[in-house]
Design a protein around this ligand. Structure first.
Ligand SMILES: [Fe+2]
Length: 186
């Protein structure tokens, strides 16, 4: 007997229509790509920071990367649970993402911290947008994304705590790009 292979299963989680389950999975797929991109970007920064504060920033990033990798796994498995094939491949990520590669190479810790603050801001805004979209459809997926946002907002504060001036303002305030943020933090 021939085996039929499709990207979608013929089921989703109980209590959701097939259409809604697959719609939530499609929304999660874009966050799966974003999370994969984030863990690679954080590792890139981990390898490329230099300066007097090297070891503290270098070592601060690894636990964040581990947590983001765990989010990648739970997000992909939620997509599969909803009845859709998760795509974790780099070609698909690059083909569908709406942002560019992280733009900072070997640079001072302050430059990376300021640029990563911009990365986290962009990521978290999009994550909250998806959270708001899936909320009315699936509270279980909403709950997962709430937990991820809370953890990632904490990690962004770790960056920001390094970037405050004596008045409590961020030295990279107003910077829209990673490069502009890095320049302001010099
Ligand atoms: Fe390492």
């Amino acid at each position: 007997m021939a085996t039929k292979r499709t990207a979608h299963a013929g089921y989703t989680v109980p209590g959701l229509t097939l259409q809604d389950g697959h719609k939530v999975a499609a929304l999660l797929q874009s966050r799966l790509h974003a999370l994969n991109d984030l863990q690679l970007t954080l590792k890139h920064a981990h390898w490329n920071v230099v300066g007097r504060d090297f070891i503290s920033v270098h070592e601060m990033l690894d636990p964040q990367i581990e947590k983001v990798r765990a989010m990648v796994d739970e997000t992909a498995e939620r997509v599969a649970t909803l009845g859709v094939s998760p795509n974790g491949l780099p070609g698909a990520l690059v083909a569908t993402r709406t942002w560019d590669d992280y733009s900072i190479g070997r640079a001072h810790t302050s430059a990376h911290l300021a640029a990563l603050d911009v990365v986290y801001s962009g990521f978290l805004k999009s994550h909250r947008k998806t959270l708001a979209e899936v909320g009315p459809l699936d509270p279980i997926t909403e709950d997962m994304l709430i937990g991820q946002c809370a953890q990632l907002e904490l990690f962004q504060w770790f960056m920001r705590a390094h970037l405050e001036d004596d008045d409590g303002e961020l030295v990279n305030a107003g910077a829209k790009t990673e490069r502009a943020a890095a320049n302001k933090a010099k």
